[in-house]
Design a protein around this ligand. Structure first.
Ligand code: PGA
Length: 250
């Protein structure tokens, strides 16, 4: 049995006050049951400057914290970059790697994403590898080819075993921040293809769906056999909505 995971990607939103408030609201909602009895894992991905603040705010609640990006380099003269060790030092357990906004807006190639994945694991972080097709690629029926190629680039760099001990998030680019969601059947189909690609070792790998997940569509998505939770953007900025999504994964 795979323990589902629901992750909230806050992207570049908020300030000290809103980060503190959102984290506190989630802790208040989440604290009604002992950590050991929870059947879902919740992870928050605030902007890097708020990591330590959010880590402090969720201390003792069982909620984990992760970063939205990391450098592929261990240390050195890389102005503006943040290494995996620095993120661990700030209390991170997870890090997003290869989010489509990083690939599209900041030119991260699959090779760079693979290096970042490797750097994350070397620092002891659990990478959440994001993959997904554009609308054009879906229309051209390239979805599975695109997604499996993005995963293969990482397998080639770190090996199947290491990919399988991470988390993979399928996020169709056309569904991110658009209000449009893949149907449960469309999502399941891609998740099944990913599960097949990972083979025996990937049977217990957590596969998340992302792209306009809301409390109103989460239950159906999370009910699919190969979907083990979600990566939530916009809806994670509202405590009640996000908490309701988390509950749908139980
Ligand atoms: P969204 O974002 O839920 O706002 O579509 C998802 C993501 O980018 O991870």
């Amino acid at each position: 049995m795979i323990k589902p995971l629901v992750a909230g990607n806050w992207k570049m939103h908020g300030n000290t006050e809103t980060a503190r408030h959102l984290a506190a609201q989630l802790v208040a909602q989440w604290s009604d049951r002992p950590v050991a009895e929870r059947s879902v894992e919740m992870v928050l991905f605030p902007p890097s400057v708020h990591l330590s603040l959010v880590k402090g705010a969720v201390a003792g609640s069982g909620i984990a914290v992760g970063a939205q990006n990391l450098s592929q380099h261990g240390s050195g003269a890389y102005t503006g970059e943040i290494s995996g060790d620095m993120l661990v030092d700030q209390g991170c357990d997870y890090v997003l790697v290869g989010h489509s906004e990083r690939r599209d807006l900041f030119g991260e190639s699959s090779a760079t994403v693979a290096e970042k994945f490797k750097a994350a694991q070397s620092s002891g972080l659990i990478p959440i590898l994001c993959v997904g097709e554009t609308l054009r690629q879906r229309q051209q029926e390239q979805t599975v080819a695109v997604v499996t190629a993005q995963i293969k680039a990482v397998i080639d760099c770190v090996g199947m075993h290491n990919v399988c001990r991470a988390v993979v998030a399928y996020e169709p680019v056309w569904a991110i921040g658009t209000g449009e969601t893949a149907s449960p059947e469309q999502a399941q189909q891609v998740h099944r293809a990913i599960r097949n690609q990972l083979g025996e070792v990937g049977l217990s790998t957590r596969l998340l769906y992302g792209g306009s997940v809301k409390a109103s569509n989460a239950a159906e998505l999370f009910g699919q056999p190969d979907i083990n939770g979600g990566l939530v953007g916009g809806a994670s900025l509202e405590a009640i909505e996000f908490f309701n999504i988390v509950k749908r994964a139980e």
